[in-house]
Design a protein around this ligand. Structure first.
Ligand code: FAD
Length: 398
């Protein structure tokens, strides 16, 4: 592998995808500048899971000590029926993942995972050149007058040139627009409540104490909606992801304020344990937004500009794989760019897209198919699904 010390990359977007790419490139000797539109780098207050595919990559980047300090490990994943909470399927995670995949299945607070990546990017003692992070830097233009040195231009007029420019700027990617890529955004017809519930509040109430008995990742399946919950920060919070059909107001506004009462009322007729749990959220900790995704699209590159993460393969969160796929992108991007000098960047990007687009597209498609699989009305399809869940099948990714 050729060293890349002379080579500069600009990454637009300092989310989990952009920072993982920055760290992976840094470790290959690439000089990286990250441009982030927000005034402060950080993540939303919510949980995130990394299945073994992503955990393995993060551990391979030398983050074991840091991740061990912030992770929570679920013992298994439980699948419950909406009406009575009966268990229709159980998949071992915990030790089983380590034994089978040689990598763990872990949960985190997003802000903790983001901070670990940011610290590793900026640690002067780490391998490779320290990553330069600029906040309050919204990219609004690309200047490609010199195709060998694409320039990101911010709304304040600052110009950042590099040998390669990566758009890791999320589902509504500006870099994608500026590249002239097709508009592949789709509305799912569904909306998502996110909430964090205090672990102490859950432990104090006999109606919800069952949740702390075991650290499980749980999915409840019901007609046209589902519910996911799992502990993060060792039980400090229960993370809630609640997916229901979208109202016209949310579809129009993308995101609106919500409340625990609205969240609990979104599951009428469900097992009593569901409203008992959801009503414990504090109103300030409940957010509500419409769920969009991108259609599969193999065009991730134009010359020395390429896309990564949600910018190219935003998917429904029905396999918990969006950030994990962005991390896979980051690892492959760094392998390919780490193996070339500045002259070979375009070929390196082409190999990155060749290695990633098909796989990420398959995960996008499977996540979309889970929209039906998770939401069957009670009847023959639901019974057949529940039989599959009982056999260990976990969804359309299997
Ligand atoms: P983003 O996280 O969107 O980051 C993009 C960054 O770019 C942002 O910081 C933004 O401010 C910045 N930006 C945007 N435009 C500009 C601009 N013009 N100039 C400069 N900066 C810009 N995935 C998992 O792997 N596991 C899970 O458990 C999981 N759970 C999920 C649960 C829910 C409810 C949802 C909705 C998603 C979930 N995902 C999960 C998916 C995951 O959150 C996303 O796929 C992932 O965060 C995408 O990362 P990204 O870096 O590509 O984009």
């Amino acid at each position: 592998m050729a060293p890349s010390q002379s080579f500069e990359a600009t990454i637009v977007g300092g989310g989990l995808g952009g920072l993982t790419a920055a760290l992976a490139l840094r470790q290959r000797g690439v000089r990286v500048t990250v441009l982030e539109q927000a005034a402060q780098l950080g993540e939303v207050g919510a949980g995130i899971q990394t299945a073994p595919n992503a955990s393995r990559l993060l551990l391979g980047m030398g983050l074991r000590k840091e991740l061990e300090a912030i992770h929570t490990e679920p013992l298994d994943q439980v699948r419950r029926r909406w009406k009575d909470g009966s268990v229709v399927g159980l998949t071992s995670l915990g030790q089983h993942c380590k034994d089978t995949y040689n990598a763990p299945y872990w949960h985190y607070h997003r802000a903790d995972l983001h901070r670990v990546l940011m610290d590793a990017c900026t640690d002067p003692g780490g391998p490779g050149p320290v990553v330069t992070l600029h906040t309050s830097s919204r990219v609004t233009e690309l200047d490609r007058t010199d195709p060998a040195r694409p320039v990101a231009v911010t709304e304040g007029g600052e110009r950042y040139a590099g040998d390669v420019l990566i758009g890791a700027d999320g589902i509504r990617s500006k870099v994608r627009d500026l590249m002239g890529a097709e508009d592949t955004l789709e509305f799912s017809g569904e909306m998502c409540f996110r909430a964090l519930i205090s672990g102490d509040a859950i432990a104090a109430d006999p109606a919800t104490r069952w949740l702390v008995d075991r650290f499980q990742s749980t999915i409840w399946y019901g007609p046209d909606r589902h519910l996911v919950h799992y502990m993060i920060r060792g039980g400090e919070y229960l993370n809630i992801v609640a997916i229901v059909p979208c109202t016209d107001e949310v579809a129009e506004k993308w995101t609106v304020p919500s409340s625990s009462a609205e969240l609990a009322a979104a599951y009428p007729g469900w097992d009593d344990r569901v409203p008992a749990m959801l009503s414990k959220a504090k109103d300030d900790d409940v957010s509500l937004f419409a769920l969009y995704y991108r259609r599969r699209d193999p065009v991730w590159q134009d010359g020395r500009v390429a896309l990564l993460g949600d910018a190219c393969h935003a998917m429904l969160p029905y396999q918990a794989q969006g950030a994990s796929q962005a991390m896979e992108d980051a690892a492959v991007l760094a392998e390919e760019l780490g193996a070339v000098t500045a002259d070979g960047v375009e070929q390196g990007l082409r190999r990155y897209v060749d290695r990633r687009a098909k796989h990420a597209g398959m995960v996008q498609d499977a996540s979309l198919r889970n929209k039906d699989f998770y939401h069957y009305p009670d009847g023959p399809e639901q019974r057949e699904r529940d039989r599959k869940l009982a056999r260990g099948f976990s969804g359309e990714s299997d």
